[in-house]
Design a protein around this ligand. Structure first.
Ligand SMILES: [Fe+2]
Ligand SMILES: [Fe+2]
Length: 263
């Protein structure tokens, strides 16, 4: 495979931001629309460990290459949440443990039952589930990377651009793992292709949509994925999904974002 998970594990590290002066936001603060998007992104990055909980009850836990990646992925995503929390904090937006806990508790019973439901479905599917997990991960990381890139362009704030570029560079490594795994696993199983296509078409939503309130999802999509440039960004992600075996022509991102904005 074209991705060496041992090299990735050795290189994984917290994104660096101690050399960046966040007090510049006092003189040149971010726009309210961008801060609201950052609140969403921060909450979702900080939720990664909860996604990991739901993935470790599936057949993915048996593959050591996958679990090595997930261990380091979770570590890097944790720090993405911390960087964004510091940016929010520099604008006087409340962050910290109390807020993270509140996001988790507001998920309610559906969230409490999620690991049970996921375990039953995924273990009934068996090994092909791992292909679906890897494909889902690739889609989400492609979209996350596209989201950060759009936010940099829209806001055009040098400090935000520097921070988000560093985060996006790590998302690129996550993309490489998920896409490599997805391509390989889908390529060797037509059943995995059918299951993954079905699952994505039926249940996929933009990253964080099942965790964040609907109004926040709509704001995120409207801010980042609407208008000519937003449509182009959505189409670019869709064309990447098209390259995975058995997943061409889904138009997932464009369709979901359009239906969210219509709703
Ligand atoms: Fe991240
Ligand atoms: Fe990521």
């Amino acid at each position: 495979m074209g991705f060496c998970v041992d090299d990735y594990a050795r290189a994984a590290a917290p994104v660096r931001w101690d050399d960046i002066d966040l007090t510049v936001f006092r003189d040149r603060p971010l726009s309210p629309g961008t801060l609201r998007v950052l609140r969403y992104m921060c909450d979702v990055e900080s939720h990664t460990v909860c996604y990991l909980r739901d993935l470790l009850v599936t057949p993915s836990h048996a593959d050591p290459e996958v679990t090595t990646f997930l261990t380091m992925w979770n570590y890097e995503e944790y720090w993405h949440g911390e960087v964004l929390a510091d940016v929010l904090s520099a604008h006087g937006v409340p962050t910290g443990s109390a807020h993270v806990r509140e996001v988790r508790l507001r998920q309610g019973w559906r969230d409490k039952l999620a690991p049970i439901k996921q375990s039953v479905i995924a273990n009934l599917v068996g090994d092909d589930f791992v292909a679906t997990h890897m494909s889902w991960g690739a889609v989400n990381e492609w979209l996350t990377h596209a989201g950060y890139t759009r936010l940099m362009r829209i806001e055009n704030h040098p400090t935000l651009t520097e921070l988000l570029s560093r985060i996006a560079a790590q998302e690129t490594r996550h993309i490489a793992f998920y896409a490599t795994q997805a391509r390989e696993r889908l390529g060797r199983s037509s059943r995995a292709q059918r299951l993954t296509r079905f699952a994505l078409a039926r249940a996929w939503q933009p990253v964080g949509a099942n965790v964040m309130p609907r109004a926040e999802v709509r704001h995120l999509v409207g801010h980042l994925m609407s208008g000519t440039d937003g449509d182009k960004a959505a189409d670019r992600v869709d064309s990447k999904i098209d390259t995975l075996p058995g997943l061409s022509g889904l138009h997932l991102v464009r369709r979901r974002t359009e239906s969210l904005l219509r709703a």
